[in-house]
Design a protein. Structure first.
Lengths: 513, 458
């Protein structure tokens, strides 16, 4: 029984195993069938794609062929058209030439006709012939003139060529100078390199040294470089090319170094130097910013000050400023005024001096007159008793000469504004009454009033001379009015006026018997 | 800037005398000579028919009036107003007339370019030159007046003859390797002659004074070739403008091209200053007034100023008719400044713009774009000042200091069609169809020119 149970259990287990296996196999089968179906589909689609692509490829190739064909066609057409153009051009030229020949024949014919028709009078009518522009006479046409023309033409051409050659020579000289300078500078750039202990520079230093030696020798022959012969030119260009190559290689090496440093960063010196450089630039930037801020704050403060400084002090200052102009003007006027005052004082002094002088002269004149009259009187006392009156009068007159001189002599110059006009007409009237017959003193009475005011700036001198008594001898009465209104300079005028009167009186006096 | 009053004129014939003292202008058949500063009429001459061409002699003593329709040339003297001279070409006809450099000979080109007659005012001699070529520029004198180069064509070949002007002797006669010679021009130093072919072939030949070929230059084949040529005043450069819109500069040492200047429609170079003319909007008060007459092309009464445009700038282009001859493309006008520092060019396919190039650095300097087509431009004779007119009522001036746009004052519209500088550079004659006026430029005004500022006309 146990065996049966064991067997059954084994069988059951085996059955279960077989069932699970069966199931597994079934699912595997399904899975495999699905995969198979999918793969079949994929195969179908890829096959279809391939066919499609092949189709497209074929189409594109067709197109390509077509385009090639078209291109060929176009090229052929262009060629054809060019040929056509060429042929047409030749045809056109040929036709043109033919037409031109015909046209020339017509022209010749026409020319003959025109030359023949002499009656139509192709002529020039001129009034007279004009001289040549350069004034010379015309010359005959001979072989000499032809030769001269040729000579002149060649001279002109040669001058032009010489001028151009000069220009080109100058340009060449300048360019050569520039090249030489460039060479020297390049040499100087490359030579300090040999002092630095860098291995890479060995080749370049070697070449540089050799170059410098060469160039030292060449520099001594610099003067030859001014010549433009071919060897010199070649030397110069070769040496410059050499230097340029050296410089180029040097620069390339420097570039490599820099790039190495960028990549490796081993060379401490360079790194530190760069760091330092960066630090320094940062410091400088900070400084710049600080300075800028300071400037801004200062500007603001200034503005504030300017804005808030509008209190009383400033207003008064400002007012003062406005009044400053006026003050200065007033100062100027004041100084002018003072100057004028001084001038007036001077004038016044000179006037008084002149008046004193005049007084003295007058006195002298009166004394003379008195003496003369005395003589006359002495002469006349032998005649009538009437003359005794005259004597009296004369004596009175002579006695009163001093009194009357101001008026008789028709001059009264006074400091004070009022003169002695009132006195003078009285005197004259007296005189006229007492001397009806004598023509001497009553000939002229001149009353003149000079009023000169020194206190004001304007001098008004009115000198009026008038004759009150008619002249018995027939002398003319002179009415003279001198009115002068003038500035301080008029003292001379007045003086001259007075002197004129003086001379007049003197003249008149002379005529008296 | 002062403007004189407006005077009558016909056929744009208004020329200053070479010595700068006088101004000659034509009104139909009358020739009026005025003082160049005061514009007072000094002389008045009457010709037999309408004048087509006017030219001063080089010594400013004589004036030539050519009456092409009648085949007559009348010469007037300034010193002796009663002196007269009449040259009648009769049945030969007249198509062109010019002075010789000594001012005593007149060269008349008869109809059909049959011959050139050299009439002398000093002697009774007459010379004939046969087979002159009928081309754009067939006669050229050297600057010193010694030699005359003449293009000829015999037996379907082009030749050039060099004559000595003092006695009209033939110095050299040589053939040129051109298909159809279009023009010849002496270099200012009188030693090199430039000869160029027609536009069907790009070819420039350089001959020395004694007739040797120095060099030949050809930039490209088959397309339309040369349109304009100019020598620099120092004879160092030869500028060639062609139909492809480029200017090529040849140097006088090797006669090879040293650079070419392109004229694209879009300017993208930040170093170029582009001045665009812009109309100034009128102030509000003007709205109440009746609006100004709106002319078809140029602006009549509105003012304008220059603005500096920022990159990139696209310029107005003109599409030419493809099937017509002489298309409006290519460099139609070229001029060097008198000090040799600048070159002004105009590309006909961008007709509103003038390009200014710096010759010392061989690069573009400025571009001026106007509102209308540029009709003419001319450098002043002494200073590097460029005057431009577009057919409107404004004249434009450019100098290295800046540029300015000035309205010509006056009632109505004064359409400036052409201009002409005084030999001293102090004044400028502006010519319109029926009138002309003078514009006096003071020295201080020239120095005060600033960028983009409008110049006031006083």
């Amino acid at each position: 029984m146990n065996e049966l149970l064991v067997l059954q259990r084994k069988n059951l287990l085996a059955q279960e195993n077989v069932e699970t296996q069966n199931l597994k196999l079934g699912s595997d089968m399904d899975h495999l069938q699905n995969c198979y179906a999918k793969l079949k589909e994929q195969l179908e689609t890829s096959r279809r794609e391939m066919i499609g692509l092949q189709e497209r490829d074929r189409q594109l190739q067709c197109k390509n062929r077509n385009l090639h064909q078209l291109l060929k066609n176009e090229k052929d057409e262009v060629q054809k058209l060019q040929n056509i153009i060429a042929s047409r051009a030749t045809q056109y030229n040929h036709d043109m030439k033919r037409k031109e020949r015909e046209y020339n024949k017509l022209k010749e014919r026409l020319h003959q006709l025109v030359m023949n028709k002499k009656d139509k009078k192709i002529a020039m009518e001129v009034l007279n012939y004009v001289g040549r522009a350069d004034g010379k006479r015309g010359s005959w046409r001979t072989g000499k003139t032809e030769a001269r023309n040729e000579d002149e033409m060649y001279k002109i051409l040669l001058n032009d060529y010489e001028y151009r050659q000069k220009q080109i020579l100058m340009e060449n000289a300048e360019l050569k100078k520039v090249l030489q300078q460039m060479k020297k500078e390049m040499i100087s750039l490359l030579s300090p390199q040999k002092q630095k202990p860098r291995e890479r520079a060995d080749d370049s230093t070697g070449t540089v040294i050799s170059d410098i030696e060469e160039d030292a020798g060449e520099l001594s022959r610099e003067s030859i470089w001014d010549l433009s012969c071919e060897t010199v030119r070649e030397q110069l260009t070769n040496s410059i090319r050499k230097q340029w190559r050296i410089l180029k290689s040097h620069v390339e090496k420097l570039d490599n170094q820099v790039s190495k440093v960028h990549l490796e960063g081993f060379n401490d010196e360079d790194v530190i130097s760069r760091q330092d450089h960066e630090q320094e630039t940062e410091k400088l930037e900070l400084e710049i910013q600080q300075c800028k801020e300071m400037i801004k704050t200062q500007q603001q403060l200034l503005q504030q000050q300017l804005a808030t400084a509008c209190d009383d002090d400033t207003t008064s200052l400002l007012r003062d400023c406005y009044l400053l102009e006026e003050k200065e003007r007033l100062k100027e006027e004041w100084s002018l005024f003072k100057e004028q005052k001084k001038n007036f004082e001077k004038e016044r002094r000179s006037f008084t001096e002149a008046a004193i002088r005049l007084g003295l002269e007058r006195k002298a004149f009166e004394e003379e007159r008195a003496s003369w009259l005395k003589q006359q009187f002495l002469n006349m006392t032998t005649f009538d008793h009437q003359n005794s009156e005259n004597v009296k009068l004369f004596s009175a007159f002579s006695g009163s000469s001093d009194r009357d001189t101001p008026t008789l002599h028709s001059r009264s110059r006074q400091k004070k504004p009022h003169g002695v006009p009132s006195g003078s007409p009285v005197c004259t009237s007296k005189l006229t009454k007492s001397l009806p017959a004598s023509p001497s003193t009553s000939d002229f009475c001149q009353t003149r009033s000079c009023a000169s005011e020194h206190s004001s700036s304007i001098n008004v001198l009115n000198i009026t001379t008038e004759e009150t008594k008619p002249n018995q001898v027939g002398r003319e009465c002179t009415n003279q009015k001198w009115s002068m209104s003038s500035r301080p300079g008029s003292q001379e005028g007045c003086y001259s006026g007075c002197s004129l009167a003086y001379t007049n009186s003197h003249v008149e006096k002379d005529d008296l018997p | 800037m002062n403007f004189s009053e407006v005077f009558k004129l016909s056929s744009l014939l208004c020329k200053f005398s070479p010595d700068g003292k006088y101004l000659a202008s034509c009104i139909q058949y009358r020739l009026v000579v005025r003082d160049a500063n005061t514009l007072q009429i000094l002389q008045l001459y009457t010709c037999l028919d309408q004048i087509q061409h006017l030219e001063w002699s080089a010594d400013s003593l004589f004036i030539l009036c050519a009456l092409y329709k009648r085949g007559l040339v009348q010469v007037w003297s300034l010193e002796q107003p009663e002196w007269h001279c009449k040259i009648d070409e009769g049945s030969a006809g007249l198509v062109a007339s010019c002075w010789s450099p000594d001012g005593r000979h007149i060269l008349n080109t008869t109809e059909f370019h049959l011959r050139i007659t050299v009439w002398s005012l000093c002697t009774k001699s007459v010379s004939y030159i046969k087979y002159p070529k009928a081309c754009q520029q067939g006669i050229t004198f050297t600057r010193d007046g010694r030699y005359l180069a003449l293009a000829e064509r015999r037996d379907c070949r082009d030749y050039v003859s060099i004559f000595v002007c003092s006695d009209w002797q033939l110095l050299r006669h040589f053939d040129t390797d051109t298909q159809d010679l279009a023009g010849i021009e002496w270099a200012p130093n009188g030693c090199v002659l430039a000869v160029w072919d027609s536009c069907l072939e790009y070819k420039v030949l350089l001959y020395s004074l004694d007739g040797r070929l120095l060099s030949a230059f050809c930039a490209y084949e088959w397309s339309l070739g040369i349109k304009s040529v100019a020598w620099s005043p120092s004879s160092q450069f030869l500028a060639i403008g062609s139909y492809d819109g480029k200017v090529r500069i040849l140097n006088h040492v090797t006669w090879k091209m040293i650079t070419e200047f392109g004229h694209p429609a879009t300017v993208n170079n930040p170093k170029i200053v582009v001045y665009k003319e812009a109309e100034k909007s009128p102030p509000l008060g003007h709205l109440a007034c009746p609006p100004p007459r709106v002319a078809a092309g140029p602006l009549t009464s509105s003012e304008s100023k220059y603005e500096i445009a920022s990159m990139p700038v696209s310029l107005q282009t003109l599409k030419p008719a493809a099937d017509r001859a002489n298309p409006r493309i290519g460099i139609g006008a070229l001029a060097f400044s008198p000090d040799n520092y600048f070159l002004a060019t105009r590309n006909d396919s961008v007709p509103n713009a003038v390009w200014i190039w710096d010759i010392r650095k061989l690069r573009p300097l400025a571009v001026l774009e106007q509102l209308c087509t540029v009709r003419a431009f001319q450098w002043g004779p002494q200073q590097p000042r460029l005057a431009i007119c577009t057919g409107g009522s404004k004249v434009y001036l450019w100098s290295p200091a800046g540029c300015v746009s000035v309205q010509v004052p006056g009632e109505g519209d004064f359409q400036v069609l052409s201009l002409c500088w005084h030999p001293s550079g102090d004044s400028l004659a502006l010519l319109s169809k029926d009138h002309f006026c003078l514009c006096f430029l003071e020295m201080e005004e020239g120095m005060r020119m600033a960028f983009g500022q409008r110049g006031d006309c006083t």
